[in-house]
Write a new protein. Sequence first.
Length: 79
Amino acid sequence: MAPASRRVRRLARRGLGVGRKVRDRASAARLARQRQGLLGSDAGVRQVSFDGVPLWGRVVDGFTAAGTAADNLSLVADA
């Protein structure tokens, strides 16, 4: 990795010297790498969407934590 890109990532983590768009892009890339690592290491992880927002969770007895979170979120949103 080039030293300049390391510097940008370090500054983005601190929120210094870079715009919001760059910080958001760095954050999205970091989350994508974490998700790919999780998907590669755990076959039970599944994606569920709630109002277009992707939620991720591990399948347990046919239910997912993400699915349960979506159900709970819909209960709160409807209240």
